[in-house]
Write a protein that binds this ligand. Sequence first.
Ligand SMILES: [Mn+2]
Length: 320
Amino acid sequence: MIDPLERWREYGEKPDYAGLLTFGGAPYTQDPALLAGFDVAIVGAPTDDLVSDRPGTRFGPRAIRAASCPPGPHLEAKIDAFAELRIVDFGDAPVMPADAARSHAAIEATVGQVLDAGLIPIVLGGDHSIAEPDIRACAARHGPVGLVHFDTHTDTGREVFGVEISHGTPMFRLVDAGHIDPRRYVQIGLRGYWPGEAEFGWQAERGIASFFAHAVRELGIDEVVRQTVTRVGDGPVYLTVDVDVLDPAFAPGTGTPEPGGMTSTELLGGCRRLAQELELVGAEVVEVIPTAVGSADITALVADRIVREILTGISLRRRP
Ligand SMILES: [Mn+2]
């Protein structure tokens, strides 16, 4: 176990730009035997071979780790997730360039090590195809999971350009294989021009619930979260956040941007409340394409904050 704070011990924190790059300065290990005793593990899944438009999310995990954040308690929630939870950075899954099948197997195995040690994995993508190995690993241990899915797109295509394993198809494949319980699956933030009637018809037959972007505007995010919690109910839940759910004004660095999206404020508060009110067994933030370094990268910065809100929600849920 490496503690990146070690050389700054007497100050209690290190500068964000110095030392080993881990999420939030968390201790780092690649040894699954050392995960025991932790609550949450950050895992990088830097792969983007399966995108249909702009590539570059392979650089997401490093950029999210580099997006700086001052330490200390969440001012609004009044709790410090890094003090409440034992958080470890488990490094990146050993992905292979240009070999999506082996990359997915590596991601599933690495997330599986985290789950087998009893921790909650929070995966940094990577394109959204990584949802398939991530959720498959969770379902293998918890049974079919509920899913809360923030996205512009449903990602329930049967194929994209005739390709069945893509960042546009993971949710179809996971529901079809029985890893997601479709009656406990809620999509939030949909808009734009894809997919079409066939996919929405398939979803409706299975009881998948969708909140379009206009519903978030009209109902407000608090009401959308309330209805989502009611729908998903008790039992294991996975949270997947595609940053393209945000308006490109808030997250310009992403592969398939769509104007007219949610605000950062809506998404961050929503993630925190969902993590507090649902039984999360895993989470991921995907589709970040960094275009700048450190906290100058707006999209990596909001992705970092999404993870922190999830951690804050988990902390609030566990507080006696
Ligand atoms: Mn997506």
